[in-house]
Design a protein around this ligand. Structure first.
Ligand code: ADP
Ligand code: MG
Length: 391
């Protein structure tokens, strides 16, 4: 467990900024990572998701500059990115991590915003990369807030989230849904965010006092995720077509059961997960509002089971971690979170049992998985913002 401090990240970024570029940044922004409590593989089916922005941040200290843009990440192994000119960007042209920044500038230009500035900027972060807490969306939102402030575009965080998704889809080339950017942009302290990914309606739902979100990282890096992800998307489209709906979110279990005889059994199981997961997401919202943590726990565990057995996106390490977490003291419920094939589980845990929970779950995981996990205790926080400005 680590101590979390946004202000120390801000200090790190500002110090590195003056060492590298001289002087002070004009704007410092921060955007949180996120963890999805329930509603997995539903977003590209137009369904519901339930993420929370967490107290792990990407901080960007930046200043308007002459072309080209120069970006430095303090992440070990990343460092300074190849320079690019904001006014002369072409789709997929920027490679590496700077694509998440350049892509946001590119989308803003495509949207008709004039004068998207070149910048010199430093990135400091405590959002682990590739662990299922969406460092990429946090990076997009932190740069989105920077460009917005420097360009005085007055964009809402919701607009920035949509632009971030477009950046990732079209510029970086990752076919993600809108959940990650919406969570990072629209987070509310102490709440998880119920989001309808079709209408983009969202409703912050306070988490019960005395419960912590624990991210239980398997430390197994995600393999195969890209090709399997595209295959699942195609199977969902096939299911929707067979059921006569545009998106699986419009289907219900009754429709699925009556079509069972005509559906490919694999496509049936994929749709079974998505349809029941959407229903669980709605039930989770009601259970949270009613303070029914026991029901929340059941829903989390059921979610893991259909992800494991019907959607088949889990893996041995995720299953071992989910079982270890669910059996540990104070656990309300745990399940795999994120795309799958590695990454992390999310657990809701009674705060007073936190130490015991981590000890027991980590010991059990090492014993059965043969590797160390990592446990991150998270608080739900507000979404992307400007933290300092000299404009
Ligand atoms: P995640 O699940 O964490 O979003 P992705 O593969 O989508 O995983 O995004 C991770 C990528 O985001 C990294 O490979 C890197 O390009 C970029 N990134 C994340 N954090 C940082 C950082 N602190 N500095 C620079 N780039 C980062
Ligand atoms: Mg990502």
């Amino acid at each position: 467990m680590d101590s979390v401090s946004l202000s120390s990240l801000v200090d790190q970024a500002k110090k590195a900024f003056s060492e590298r570029f001289g002087g002070e940044p004009e704007v410092v922004t921060a955007a949180p990572g996120r963890v999805n409590l329930i509603g997995e593989h539903t977003d590209y089916n137009g369904g519901y998701v339930f993420p929370a922005a967490i107290d792990r941040y990407i901080v960007v200290a930046g200043r308007r500059s002459d072309a080209p843009s120069r970006l430095v990440s303090l992440e070990p192994g990343l460092g300074e990115a190849p320079a690019f000119a904001a006014a002369d960007l072409h789709r997929r042209e920027v490679q590496g991590w700077a694509a998440y920044a350049a892509g946001v500038a590119w989308v803003l230009q495509q949207e008709g915003f004039e004068g998207v500035p070149d910048v010199e900027a430093v990135v400091a972060s405590n959002v682990p990369m590739g662990s299922g807490v969406s460092s990429s969306a946090a990076l997009e939102m932190a740069f989105g807030k920077l460009y917005d402030a420097l360009g005085r575009f007055q964009l809402s965080n919701k607009e920035l989230a949509l632009y971030g998704q477009r950046c990732e889809n079209r510029f970086v080339g990752v076919n993600c849904g809108v959940m990650d950017q919406m969570a990072s942009a629209m987070g509310v302290a102490g709440s998880a965010i119920f989001l309808d990914t079709l209408t983009l309606d969202l409703e912050p739902c306070p988490l019960p006092h005395g419960l912590d979100i624990v991210l239980c990282d398997t430390r197994k890096s995600r393999k195969l995720a890209g090709s399997e992800y595209n295959e699942r998307r195609a199977q969902c489209e096939a299911a929707a077509q067979a059921l006569g709906v545009g998106l699986l979110r419009e289907a219900n279990l009754e429709m699925l059961e009556s079509a069972k005889g005509t559906l490919d059994p694999l496509v049936y199981r994929r749709a079974y997960h998505v349809i029941t997961e959407n229903a669980r997401c709605l039930e989770f919202r009601s259970a949270l509002k009613a303070g029914d943590t026991e029901l929340c726990g059941w829903l989390l565990r059921d979610s893991h089971l259909t992800l494991r057995d019907d959607y088949e996106v889990s893996c041995r390490e995720l299953n071992v971690m989910a079982e270890a977490a669910n059996a540990a003291p104070g656990c309300i419920g745990a399940r795999m979170t994120g795309a799958g094939f590695g990454g992390a589980c999310v657990a809701l845990v009674q705060a007073e049992a936190l130490g015991d929970f981590v000890n027991k779950a980590s010991a059990e995981y090492v014993k059965r998985a043969g590797r160390e996990g990592a446990f991150l205790v998270c608080r739900a926080v507000d979404g992307a913002r400007v933290v300092e400005s000299n404009l």
